[in-house]
Design a protein around this ligand. Sequence first.
Ligand SMILES: [Zn+2]
Length: 65
Amino acid sequence: MTSEQHDALRVSLGVYAMNKADSRERQTIREHLDRCSSCQDELADLLAIVDLLDRTALRPRPITG
Ligand SMILES: [Zn+2]
């Protein structure tokens, strides 16, 4: 895999983390993740952010003042 393809996949990781990738894109990403530990780390970070955003969206801030 060239670094150009690697960079393109990094962008797709965000889509994948939000569960918005289509089945062909998911397949490509999973095959890459099998071989690429830096993208595995990147995905872990993205999933943590997505999880945080989900929780923030479900829990509106209490109204103060
Ligand atoms: Zn990678």
